[in-house]
Design a protein around this ligand. Sequence first.
Ligand code: RAR
Length: 163
Amino acid sequence: MLTAIWAQDENGLIGKKNHLPWRLPNDLKFFKETTENNVIVMGRKTFEGMGKRPLPNRQTIVLTSDEKYTASDSVIILHSLEEVLNFSKETEKTVFIAGGAQIYKQFEPYLDELLRTTIEATFTGDAHFPSFDYSKWKLVKTVQGIVDEKNIYPYKFETFIRV
Ligand code: RAR
């Protein structure tokens, strides 16, 4: 099963200089809990934006065209979409496509599910979620996020499945 997971603002903004444009700890908590004991696939730029360190308790796959690219031993480096699709076929686990923009677009035809966090505010940055054909997707779940002193923007978690 292949699932895309991302957080965006009202305009589809997802990144700023390989980082997130906002601070929203409850989204990272959602990302952590959702991907726990499964597999996350990130592009090389996103992986480096996160400090080039794998997150504990989940398998990290980094996608890069650089055949010489290396990272810590626990990270699997793959070089094409096909390699990721084959990996996904061979595992019982959910493979989460975790960014960034270039990676989401490549995987669109193969995704089974979308997990979108929308932050109901606008930010500045340089990377947007690619245009997806939402007529092919059905919204099946919406959970409103809790606003508090550490999570100051309204936000919601949405789940889409293919029509
Ligand atoms: N695909 C996503 C992501 C991806 C994402 C992107 C980032 O920067 C570009 C990140 O860096 C800020 C992160 C950070 C994740 C992170 N953790 N994630 C899992 C920590 C903190 C948990 C509260 C962690 C994890 C697991 C074990 C221990 C610690 O810092 C992520 C973000 N959000 C969404 N919706 N989709």
